[in-house]
Ligand binder design. Structure first.
Ligand code: SF4
Ligand code: SF4
Length: 76
């Protein structure tokens, strides 16, 4: 998984077809990960990086459970 994360280009805004995640606003609390029913989201916890990233963006159905769960307005 770490190799997959490191291969991804460093983006501040991560997107599926339905949501955008501003990595700068993310605090890495993991609430959105717990709420997602489709295993779209996962967590980066590597040195100074502690935030969510997209594990399976193609699985996003736009249910917005992650957006509702985020208290930091990182997901729009
Ligand atoms: S709920 Fe918000 S702050 Fe918490 S990990 Fe998800 S995007 Fe980041
Ligand atoms: S919109 Fe729904 S399916 Fe898509 S990432 Fe958020 S919780 Fe998961």
């Amino acid at each position: 998984m770490l190799k997959a994360i490191l291969r991804q280009p460093r983006k501040r805004i991560l997107k599926t077809r339905y949501i955008s995640i501003d990595v700068r606003k993310c605090r890495g609390c993991g609430k959105c990960i717990a709420e997602c029913p489709n295993d779209v989201l996962a967590k980066v916890n590597f040195f100074l990086h502690n935030h969510v990233h997209l594990n399976n963006p193609q699985n996003c159905t736009g249910c917005l459970a992650c957006k509702i769960a985020c208290f930091h307005q990182a997901i729009t």
